[in-house]
Design a binder for this molecule. Sequence first.
Ligand SMILES: Nc1nc2c(ncn2[C@@H]2O[C@H](COP(=O)(O)OP(=O)(O)OP(=O)(O)O)[C@@H](O)[C@H]2O)c(=O)[nH]1
Ligand SMILES: [Mg+2]
Length: 402
Amino acid sequence: MIDIVLLHLKAGAGGNGRVSFRREKYVQKGGPDGGVGGHGGSIIVRADSSQTTLRSYAGVHEVLGKSGEPGGKKQCSGSAGGDVVLTVPVGTVLWLMSENQAAKRRRLSHGLEELAYSREVRREQFALEREGAALPPKTPDEAELPPTYSVKSLATMQPSNGDYKKLISLTEHGQEVVVCQGGFGGRGNLAFKSSRETTPLKAEFGTDGEERYIIFELQLLADIGLVGFPNAGKSTLLSVLSQARPKIGAYPFTTLEPELGIVANADNSKQFVLADIPGLISGASEGKGLGLAFLRHVRNTTGLLYVLSVPEEMLAGDPSPKECLANLEEQFRALQGELKAYDELLLEKRWAVCLTKKDLYSDEISKALEAAKFGGEKPILVSAATHDNLEVLRKRCFQILQ
Ligand SMILES: Nc1nc2c(ncn2[C@@H]2O[C@H](COP(=O)(O)OP(=O)(O)OP(=O)(O)O)[C@@H](O)[C@H]2O)c(=O)[nH]1
Ligand SMILES: [Mg+2]
Protein backbone atom coordinates (compact mmCIF):
# COMPACT_ATOMS: atom_id res chain seq x y z
CA MET A 1 0.00 0.00 0.00
CA ILE A 2 1.33 3.36 -0.94
CA ASP A 3 0.46 5.62 1.94
CA ILE A 4 3.23 8.19 1.90
CA VAL A 5 4.76 10.13 -0.98
CA LEU A 6 6.91 13.20 -1.32
CA LEU A 7 6.09 15.57 -4.15
CA HIS A 8 7.82 18.64 -5.45
CA LEU A 9 5.03 20.96 -6.58
CA LYS A 10 5.50 24.13 -8.53
CA ALA A 11 2.70 26.32 -9.73
CA GLY A 12 3.02 28.11 -13.07
CA ALA A 13 4.64 31.54 -13.18
CA GLY A 14 2.70 34.59 -14.29
CA GLY A 15 3.35 35.74 -17.85
CA ASN A 16 5.41 38.89 -18.41
CA GLY A 17 3.87 42.13 -19.51
CA ARG A 18 4.51 43.25 -23.06
CA VAL A 19 6.25 46.33 -24.40
CA SER A 20 4.79 47.24 -27.76
CA PHE A 21 3.42 50.21 -29.69
CA ARG A 22 0.51 50.58 -31.99
CA ARG A 23 1.41 50.23 -35.64
CA GLU A 24 -1.29 51.30 -37.97
CA LYS A 25 -1.41 52.61 -41.44
CA TYR A 26 -1.64 56.39 -41.43
CA VAL A 27 -0.88 56.57 -37.70
CA GLN A 28 2.62 57.90 -37.48
CA LYS A 29 3.55 56.96 -34.00
CA GLY A 30 1.00 54.85 -32.13
CA GLY A 31 0.81 54.80 -28.36
CA PRO A 32 1.76 51.86 -26.13
CA ASP A 33 -0.45 48.81 -26.53
CA GLY A 34 1.45 46.06 -24.64
CA GLY A 35 -0.93 43.71 -22.83
CA VAL A 36 -0.78 42.06 -19.46
CA GLY A 37 0.62 38.55 -18.95
CA GLY A 38 -1.68 35.66 -18.01
CA HIS A 39 -1.75 34.22 -14.52
CA GLY A 40 0.09 30.96 -13.91
CA GLY A 41 -1.84 27.74 -13.24
CA SER A 42 -2.24 26.68 -9.62
CA ILE A 43 -1.82 23.22 -8.13
CA ILE A 44 -4.88 22.06 -6.29
CA VAL A 45 -5.23 19.00 -4.09
CA ARG A 46 -8.72 17.52 -3.82
CA ALA A 47 -9.95 14.71 -1.56
CA ASP A 48 -11.85 12.00 -3.38
CA SER A 49 -13.56 9.16 -1.57
CA SER A 50 -13.26 6.86 -4.55
CA GLN A 51 -9.50 6.69 -3.96
CA THR A 52 -8.06 4.49 -1.28
CA THR A 53 -4.31 4.80 -1.66
CA LEU A 54 -1.69 7.25 -2.91
CA ARG A 55 -0.69 4.71 -5.54
CA SER A 56 -1.25 7.12 -8.39
CA TYR A 57 1.69 9.17 -7.12
CA ALA A 58 4.15 6.31 -6.86
CA GLY A 59 7.16 7.28 -8.93
CA VAL A 60 5.93 10.83 -9.44
CA HIS A 61 8.43 13.27 -8.03
CA GLU A 62 7.41 16.52 -9.51
CA VAL A 63 4.24 18.27 -10.61
CA LEU A 64 4.60 21.51 -12.50
CA GLY A 65 1.81 23.97 -13.19
CA LYS A 66 1.50 25.68 -16.54
CA SER A 67 2.87 29.22 -16.82
CA GLY A 68 0.78 32.11 -18.05
CA GLU A 69 1.50 33.39 -21.56
CA PRO A 70 3.16 36.79 -21.94
CA GLY A 71 1.00 39.76 -22.80
CA GLY A 72 0.55 40.49 -26.49
CA LYS A 73 0.43 43.43 -28.82
CA LYS A 74 -2.78 45.37 -29.33
CA GLN A 75 -3.61 45.22 -25.62
CA CYS A 76 -4.02 41.48 -25.76
CA SER A 77 -3.74 39.68 -22.45
CA GLY A 78 -1.70 36.48 -22.30
CA SER A 79 -3.74 33.38 -21.66
CA ALA A 80 -3.66 31.87 -18.19
CA GLY A 81 -2.03 28.52 -17.46
CA GLY A 82 -4.66 25.92 -16.52
CA ASP A 83 -4.79 24.56 -12.98
CA VAL A 84 -3.58 21.07 -12.14
CA VAL A 85 -5.82 19.07 -9.80
CA LEU A 86 -4.31 16.22 -7.79
CA THR A 87 -6.91 13.90 -6.31
CA VAL A 88 -6.05 12.05 -3.11
CA PRO A 89 -7.95 9.74 -0.75
CA VAL A 90 -9.94 11.23 2.10
CA GLY A 91 -7.66 11.13 5.15
CA THR A 92 -4.62 12.52 3.36
CA VAL A 93 -2.52 14.87 5.44
CA LEU A 94 -0.13 17.34 3.83
CA TRP A 95 3.14 18.10 5.56
CA LEU A 96 5.41 20.92 4.50
CA MET A 97 9.09 20.19 4.01
CA SER A 98 10.14 23.43 2.39
CA GLU A 99 8.78 26.18 0.19
CA ASN A 100 9.85 29.18 -1.83
CA GLN A 101 9.32 32.76 -0.72
CA ALA A 102 6.15 33.24 -2.73
CA ALA A 103 4.54 30.31 -0.92
CA LYS A 104 5.90 31.34 2.43
CA ARG A 105 4.53 34.87 2.14
CA ARG A 106 1.03 33.62 1.48
CA ARG A 107 1.11 31.01 4.21
CA LEU A 108 2.26 33.55 6.78
CA SER A 109 -0.22 36.24 5.86
CA HIS A 110 -3.26 34.21 4.80
CA GLY A 111 -2.82 30.67 6.00
CA LEU A 112 -3.04 27.98 3.38
CA GLU A 113 -6.64 28.19 2.38
CA GLU A 114 -6.97 31.90 1.61
CA LEU A 115 -5.47 32.87 -1.69
CA ALA A 116 -3.22 35.86 -2.13
CA TYR A 117 -4.79 38.76 -4.01
CA SER A 118 -3.24 40.00 -7.19
CA ARG A 119 -2.87 43.55 -5.89
CA GLU A 120 -0.91 42.40 -2.86
CA VAL A 121 1.85 40.86 -4.87
CA ARG A 122 4.47 43.26 -6.09
CA ARG A 123 5.73 42.84 -9.62
CA GLU A 124 9.25 43.70 -10.63
CA GLN A 125 9.48 46.24 -13.42
CA PHE A 126 11.81 46.10 -16.35
CA ALA A 127 12.68 48.59 -19.06
CA LEU A 128 13.74 47.84 -22.61
CA GLU A 129 15.99 50.00 -24.73
CA ARG A 130 13.67 49.59 -27.64
CA GLU A 131 10.61 47.64 -28.56
CA GLY A 132 11.41 44.02 -29.33
CA ALA A 133 14.66 43.93 -27.33
CA ALA A 134 15.36 40.90 -25.16
CA LEU A 135 14.10 41.11 -21.59
CA PRO A 136 16.67 41.73 -18.85
CA PRO A 137 17.04 38.97 -16.26
CA LYS A 138 14.50 38.91 -13.47
CA THR A 139 15.70 38.94 -9.88
CA PRO A 140 15.29 35.35 -8.75
CA ASP A 141 13.00 34.66 -5.83
CA GLU A 142 15.06 33.76 -2.82
CA ALA A 143 14.58 30.04 -2.60
CA GLU A 144 14.57 27.79 0.41
CA LEU A 145 14.72 24.69 -1.75
CA PRO A 146 15.28 21.84 -2.06
CA PRO A 147 15.05 20.07 1.30
CA THR A 148 17.36 17.34 2.42
CA TYR A 149 15.75 13.95 2.71
CA SER A 150 16.37 10.41 1.67
CA VAL A 151 13.81 8.58 -0.36
CA LYS A 152 14.63 5.44 1.56
CA SER A 153 13.59 6.95 4.84
CA LEU A 154 10.26 7.99 3.40
CA ALA A 155 8.40 4.73 4.09
CA THR A 156 9.06 4.90 7.79
CA MET A 157 8.99 8.66 7.99
CA GLN A 158 6.86 10.09 10.73
CA PRO A 159 6.03 13.56 9.53
CA SER A 160 4.16 14.32 12.72
CA ASN A 161 7.19 13.99 14.94
CA GLY A 162 7.61 17.72 14.77
CA ASP A 163 10.09 18.04 11.91
CA TYR A 164 7.50 19.23 9.44
CA LYS A 165 4.65 21.61 9.58
CA LYS A 166 1.17 20.23 9.03
CA LEU A 167 -0.53 22.21 6.28
CA ILE A 168 -3.90 20.54 6.21
CA SER A 169 -5.74 17.30 6.81
CA LEU A 170 -8.27 16.54 4.08
CA THR A 171 -11.13 14.83 5.83
CA GLU A 172 -14.13 15.22 3.53
CA HIS A 173 -14.93 14.13 0.03
CA GLY A 174 -14.62 17.07 -2.33
CA GLN A 175 -12.57 19.18 0.06
CA GLU A 176 -9.88 20.97 -1.85
CA VAL A 177 -7.01 23.30 -1.22
CA VAL A 178 -4.80 25.37 -3.51
CA VAL A 179 -1.42 24.15 -2.29
CA CYS A 180 0.59 26.16 -4.77
CA GLN A 181 -0.96 29.29 -6.14
CA GLY A 182 0.04 30.32 -9.62
CA GLY A 183 2.06 33.51 -10.17
CA PHE A 184 0.40 36.72 -11.35
CA GLY A 185 0.78 38.21 -14.79
CA GLY A 186 2.76 41.46 -15.13
CA ARG A 187 1.28 44.59 -16.69
CA GLY A 188 2.30 45.64 -20.16
CA ASN A 189 3.56 49.08 -21.14
CA LEU A 190 0.01 50.23 -21.82
CA ALA A 191 -0.37 50.53 -18.05
CA PHE A 192 2.61 52.87 -17.79
CA LYS A 193 1.40 55.51 -20.18
CA SER A 194 1.08 58.93 -18.60
CA SER A 195 1.04 62.54 -19.74
CA ARG A 196 4.75 62.74 -19.05
CA GLU A 197 5.60 59.39 -20.49
CA THR A 198 3.75 58.79 -23.69
CA THR A 199 6.04 56.08 -25.03
CA PRO A 200 6.99 53.98 -22.01
CA LEU A 201 9.39 51.12 -22.61
CA LYS A 202 8.53 49.76 -19.19
CA ALA A 203 6.52 46.69 -18.24
CA GLU A 204 6.42 44.12 -15.44
CA PHE A 205 7.63 40.58 -15.03
CA GLY A 206 5.08 37.98 -14.00
CA THR A 207 5.60 36.70 -10.47
CA ASP A 208 6.85 33.25 -9.56
CA GLY A 209 4.41 30.48 -8.83
CA GLU A 210 4.43 29.01 -5.37
CA GLU A 211 6.74 26.06 -4.99
CA ARG A 212 6.67 23.50 -2.22
CA TYR A 213 8.02 20.13 -1.23
CA ILE A 214 5.14 18.37 0.41
CA ILE A 215 4.78 14.98 2.05
CA PHE A 216 1.41 13.42 1.32
CA GLU A 217 0.57 11.02 4.10
CA LEU A 218 -2.55 8.91 4.06
CA GLN A 219 -3.96 8.31 7.50
CA LEU A 220 -6.99 6.09 7.29
CA LEU A 221 -9.88 7.49 9.21
CA ALA A 222 -11.05 4.97 11.77
CA ASP A 223 -12.45 5.18 15.29
CA ILE A 224 -10.77 2.16 16.78
CA GLY A 225 -7.63 0.36 15.66
CA LEU A 226 -6.83 -3.30 16.28
CA VAL A 227 -3.30 -3.91 17.46
CA GLY A 228 -1.78 -7.27 18.14
CA PHE A 229 0.86 -9.77 17.15
CA PRO A 230 0.64 -11.65 13.85
CA ASN A 231 -1.86 -14.50 13.87
CA ALA A 232 -3.57 -13.20 17.02
CA GLY A 233 -6.94 -13.19 15.27
CA LYS A 234 -7.37 -9.48 14.44
CA SER A 235 -8.69 -9.93 10.93
CA THR A 236 -11.04 -12.68 12.03
CA LEU A 237 -12.41 -10.33 14.65
CA LEU A 238 -12.94 -7.61 12.07
CA SER A 239 -14.77 -10.11 9.86
CA VAL A 240 -17.22 -11.15 12.59
CA LEU A 241 -17.81 -7.65 13.92
CA SER A 242 -18.33 -5.97 10.56
CA GLN A 243 -19.23 -6.66 6.96
CA ALA A 244 -15.58 -6.44 5.98
CA ARG A 245 -14.07 -9.60 4.52
CA PRO A 246 -10.35 -9.35 5.20
CA LYS A 247 -7.96 -12.12 4.34
CA ILE A 248 -7.57 -14.58 7.20
CA GLY A 249 -4.82 -17.16 7.43
CA ALA A 250 -3.36 -19.65 9.88
CA TYR A 251 0.03 -18.03 9.49
CA PRO A 252 1.61 -14.74 10.54
CA PHE A 253 1.52 -11.65 8.33
CA THR A 254 -1.64 -12.55 6.48
CA THR A 255 -2.70 -8.94 6.56
CA LEU A 256 -0.34 -6.79 4.53
CA GLU A 257 -2.49 -3.71 4.15
CA PRO A 258 -4.80 -1.92 6.54
CA GLU A 259 -8.47 -2.69 6.13
CA LEU A 260 -11.53 -0.93 7.49
CA GLY A 261 -14.89 -2.28 8.56
CA ILE A 262 -18.01 -0.62 9.91
CA VAL A 263 -19.29 -2.02 13.18
CA ALA A 264 -22.90 -1.33 14.17
CA ASN A 265 -24.70 -1.82 17.46
CA ALA A 266 -27.62 -4.26 17.80
CA ASP A 267 -30.34 -1.97 16.41
CA ASN A 268 -28.01 -0.36 13.91
CA SER A 269 -28.52 3.09 15.46
CA LYS A 270 -24.81 3.67 16.10
CA GLN A 271 -21.77 2.76 14.09
CA PHE A 272 -18.02 3.07 14.23
CA VAL A 273 -15.13 2.30 11.92
CA LEU A 274 -12.73 -0.43 12.98
CA ALA A 275 -9.27 -0.64 11.39
CA ASP A 276 -7.32 -3.86 11.05
CA ILE A 277 -3.62 -3.31 10.50
CA PRO A 278 -0.79 -5.76 9.90
CA GLY A 279 0.52 -7.49 13.01
CA LEU A 280 3.33 -5.97 15.04
CA ILE A 281 6.24 -7.94 16.39
CA SER A 282 8.78 -7.21 19.09
CA GLY A 283 11.50 -5.10 17.57
CA ALA A 284 9.12 -3.50 15.10
CA SER A 285 10.39 -0.11 16.21
CA GLU A 286 13.80 -1.20 14.96
CA GLY A 287 12.29 -2.08 11.62
CA LYS A 288 11.56 -5.77 12.18
CA GLY A 289 8.58 -7.47 10.57
CA LEU A 290 6.44 -5.09 8.62
CA GLY A 291 7.70 -2.41 10.92
CA LEU A 292 5.75 0.38 12.41
CA ALA A 293 4.82 2.10 9.19
CA PHE A 294 1.22 1.00 9.52
CA LEU A 295 0.82 2.59 12.90
CA ARG A 296 0.24 5.87 11.11
CA HIS A 297 -3.25 4.57 10.47
CA VAL A 298 -4.10 4.31 14.14
CA ARG A 299 -2.75 7.74 14.89
CA ASN A 300 -6.11 9.34 14.20
CA THR A 301 -8.25 6.79 15.97
CA THR A 302 -9.98 7.54 19.22
CA GLY A 303 -9.29 4.16 20.70
CA LEU A 304 -7.17 1.04 20.43
CA LEU A 305 -8.25 -2.54 20.90
CA TYR A 306 -5.39 -4.83 21.86
CA VAL A 307 -6.04 -8.29 20.45
CA LEU A 308 -4.23 -11.08 22.26
CA SER A 309 -4.50 -14.85 22.04
CA VAL A 310 -2.50 -17.74 23.42
CA PRO A 311 -0.38 -19.03 20.52
CA GLU A 312 -1.63 -22.34 19.19
CA GLU A 313 1.85 -23.86 19.40
CA MET A 314 1.80 -23.12 23.09
CA LEU A 315 -1.67 -24.61 23.58
CA ALA A 316 -0.45 -27.82 21.93
CA GLY A 317 1.93 -28.27 24.86
CA ASP A 318 -0.92 -28.22 27.37
CA PRO A 319 0.20 -25.14 29.32
CA SER A 320 -1.01 -24.19 32.78
CA PRO A 321 -3.38 -21.21 33.13
CA LYS A 322 -0.54 -19.32 34.75
CA GLU A 323 1.76 -19.88 31.79
CA CYS A 324 -0.95 -18.74 29.39
CA LEU A 325 -1.56 -15.60 31.39
CA ALA A 326 2.14 -14.82 31.59
CA ASN A 327 2.39 -15.15 27.82
CA LEU A 328 -0.53 -12.76 27.22
CA GLU A 329 0.79 -10.25 29.72
CA GLU A 330 4.12 -10.30 27.96
CA GLN A 331 2.38 -9.71 24.60
CA PHE A 332 0.53 -6.75 26.06
CA ARG A 333 3.71 -5.23 27.49
CA ALA A 334 5.60 -5.75 24.27
CA LEU A 335 2.83 -4.17 22.19
CA GLN A 336 2.68 -1.13 24.43
CA GLY A 337 6.46 -0.88 24.23
CA GLU A 338 6.35 -0.85 20.43
CA LEU A 339 3.56 1.72 20.32
CA LYS A 340 5.45 3.93 22.71
CA ALA A 341 8.58 3.68 20.61
CA TYR A 342 6.58 4.88 17.62
CA ASP A 343 4.67 7.66 19.29
CA GLU A 344 4.00 8.05 22.99
CA LEU A 345 0.72 9.77 22.27
CA LEU A 346 -0.69 6.43 21.10
CA LEU A 347 -0.64 5.27 24.70
CA GLU A 348 -2.85 8.16 25.69
CA LYS A 349 -5.74 6.88 23.61
CA ARG A 350 -8.59 5.03 25.25
CA TRP A 351 -8.16 1.29 24.96
CA ALA A 352 -9.48 -2.15 25.84
CA VAL A 353 -8.01 -5.62 25.76
CA CYS A 354 -9.67 -8.45 23.89
CA LEU A 355 -8.49 -12.00 24.46
CA THR A 356 -9.66 -14.05 21.52
CA LYS A 357 -9.85 -17.73 20.46
CA LYS A 358 -11.68 -18.59 23.68
CA ASP A 359 -13.00 -21.77 22.05
CA LEU A 360 -9.47 -23.16 22.10
CA TYR A 361 -8.95 -22.73 25.83
CA SER A 362 -9.89 -25.13 28.62
CA ASP A 363 -12.44 -23.90 31.15
CA GLU A 364 -9.64 -23.60 33.65
CA ILE A 365 -7.59 -21.34 31.38
CA SER A 366 -10.62 -19.27 30.42
CA LYS A 367 -11.45 -18.69 34.06
CA ALA A 368 -7.91 -17.55 34.86
CA LEU A 369 -7.86 -15.21 31.88
CA GLU A 370 -11.23 -13.71 32.73
CA ALA A 371 -10.08 -12.92 36.24
CA ALA A 372 -6.85 -11.29 35.10
CA LYS A 373 -6.19 -7.60 34.60
CA PHE A 374 -4.16 -5.90 31.91
CA GLY A 375 -2.86 -2.47 32.77
CA GLY A 376 -5.51 -2.40 35.49
CA GLU A 377 -8.36 -3.21 33.08
CA LYS A 378 -10.44 -6.32 32.85
CA PRO A 379 -10.03 -8.04 29.47
CA ILE A 380 -12.92 -9.24 27.34
CA LEU A 381 -12.65 -12.90 26.47
CA VAL A 382 -14.25 -13.79 23.13
CA SER A 383 -14.26 -16.34 20.39
CA ALA A 384 -14.56 -15.17 16.83
CA ALA A 385 -15.10 -18.78 15.80
CA THR A 386 -18.17 -19.39 17.97
CA HIS A 387 -19.15 -15.70 18.29
CA ASP A 388 -18.98 -16.11 22.06
CA ASN A 389 -19.14 -12.81 23.97
CA LEU A 390 -18.94 -10.63 20.87
CA GLU A 391 -21.84 -8.49 22.09
CA VAL A 392 -19.90 -7.55 25.21
CA LEU A 393 -16.89 -6.62 23.12
CA ARG A 394 -19.00 -4.51 20.82
CA LYS A 395 -20.50 -2.65 23.77
CA ARG A 396 -17.07 -2.05 25.25
CA CYS A 397 -15.95 -0.52 21.94
CA PHE A 398 -18.88 1.88 21.95
CA GLN A 399 -17.98 2.80 25.53
CA ILE A 400 -14.42 3.64 24.47
CA LEU A 401 -15.81 6.02 21.92
CA GLN A 402 -18.16 7.85 24.25
N1 LIG B 1 -10.32 -21.42 16.91
C1 LIG B 1 -10.23 -20.13 16.60
N2 LIG B 1 -9.38 -19.72 15.64
C2 LIG B 1 -9.31 -18.42 15.37
C3 LIG B 1 -10.11 -17.46 16.04
N3 LIG B 1 -9.81 -16.24 15.55
C4 LIG B 1 -8.89 -16.43 14.60
N4 LIG B 1 -8.58 -17.74 14.47
C5 LIG B 1 -7.61 -18.33 13.54
O1 LIG B 1 -6.33 -17.78 13.79
C6 LIG B 1 -5.59 -17.65 12.59
C7 LIG B 1 -5.12 -16.22 12.43
O2 LIG B 1 -6.24 -15.36 12.28
P1 LIG B 1 -6.15 -13.94 11.59
O3 LIG B 1 -7.44 -13.27 11.85
O4 LIG B 1 -5.69 -14.04 10.18
O5 LIG B 1 -5.00 -13.28 12.46
P2 LIG B 1 -4.38 -11.81 12.33
O6 LIG B 1 -4.18 -11.30 13.71
O7 LIG B 1 -5.20 -10.97 11.44
O8 LIG B 1 -2.97 -12.15 11.71
P3 LIG B 1 -2.00 -11.19 10.82
O9 LIG B 1 -2.84 -10.58 9.76
O10 LIG B 1 -1.00 -12.14 10.30
O11 LIG B 1 -1.42 -10.21 11.76
C8 LIG B 1 -6.53 -18.10 11.49
O12 LIG B 1 -6.24 -19.43 11.18
C9 LIG B 1 -7.91 -18.00 12.11
O13 LIG B 1 -8.83 -18.91 11.56
C10 LIG B 1 -11.00 -17.92 17.07
O14 LIG B 1 -11.71 -17.17 17.74
N5 LIG B 1 -11.00 -19.26 17.29
MG1 LIG C 1 -4.74 -10.12 9.73
